[in-house]
Design a binder for this molecule. Sequence first.
Ligand code: ZN
Ligand code: ZN
Length: 509
Amino acid sequence: MARVMGYRGGYTPQDRRRIESEMFEGKLMGIIATTALELGVDIGSLDAVITVGFPYTIANLRQQSGRAGRRNKDSMSVLVGDCFPTDQYYMQNPDEIFTKPNGELQVDLQNMLVLEGHIQCAAYEMPIRPDEDAVYFGKNLPEIAEERLQKDELGFFHCHDRFRPVPSKFVAIRDTEEEHFAIVDISHGKNIILEELEASRAFFTLYDGGIFLHQGNTYLVKEFIPERKIAKVELVRVDWTTQQRDYTDIDPIETEAICRIPKSLSRAFYGTIKIQQNVYGYFKLDKKHRILDAVQVDNPPITLFSKGMWLDVPKQALDILQERRLNIAGAIHAAEHAVLSLMPNFVISIPGDVRTECKIGTKEFAKKESSRKRPARLTFYDAKGGASGSGISTKAFEFIDLLLKQAVRRVEACHCHEGCLECVTSEACKHANEVMSKAGSEVILKSLLNMEIDVDALPMGPEEMSPAGIETVVLAQPVLPRGGNRVRVVEINRTESGSEVVVKAEPDY
Ligand SMILES: [Zn+2]
Ligand SMILES: [Zn+2]
């Protein structure tokens, strides 16, 4: 009998109850779990907890460690640091694991877009009285109520029609994903659900001919039916696994908010993002991750929606890149990574919470002219939270000027030549940082901030790793708001004494 089992939220309730009770009764020696085991699961008390990688917050770490410890007995808690900066920070400063206070605010009252969602929900449940309720929602509540809510004759404020009938749908709580895909085991005429996968993971994991792992067993994906949200799998004995090959187009389709970048003509945009994943094949890999075979598939593209922010690359930057023969896709990709890697400095998040469109060599270095032309745009979207997003990119949106400035400083100060993990490459890059132009990223970041660019000091391309060939990038066209909707305009005022973010009424766009 297996003495160690896997455990995640997507397992069927029966499987989870069975694993929990076997753990409780001592039949199992251990469980390898996702954060699904963090809260509310009764598995008795454990002797030891090993956390692999620093979790979301210090509070999560304490929660996880707290699963170990019987009443009067010793317990042990081990944190294994990952390669990410936060992990490494605690590896260098282990004392802070014990002394650092838990994060205080669950809702960031500084963030207008997040705050408004919560106020709309509250007003839906009980009318808001701005003066009395300001203790909960901050001193700007009277203005927000006047501008964003609906007032009745008695002076109470109610949820705006725009958020009805269910305002909570507009407010994402971290890690909640409504869409799930069922993995159905059809081996030997069976027809049972093995587990469920969140939509955001499903497409990286499920495709016809792929290998799906469940409790250490290999299952062949016989049929993936995205419309019905199921994948039929069959138990097979193979000693290889598969890795999907795909490229993803990430496009904003609706502008909801605009943020002017101080002292620049450029603006950041926030709104609905369409994520279209095109799977064109997969690799068969052996246990050492060596490629055994490359298989082509012909699947229709898969489309998901989320929320995110984007920045259109100014024409001036494109002209400079062309003049210096620097790879434009590489410059965009490098700039995206630089911004992405700094987001945790402004928003509580971990690598992977927000994603970007990673550029892929087979597209960008192709020798043939392609009809796939991508807009010159830096795009970021919430990887979690389904169609309403997790709220992380909303928050990053209000720090966009500081994020860009930090990114410029990072890239400028880094002594590497072609880009490294300290500046523009990322371990999370979907396409292994193949298409990169560090020099080009500096041009883009600076032009967004309206900083001076010393064109003569730039290297002359084509760059060795990312040669500029057939152009795959075109000037971005503006994305409109949905018919009838108006956009919010976010003004950032940063002064010596602090900063202020104001959401203006909705002028015509
Ligand atoms: Zn570097
Ligand atoms: Zn990338």
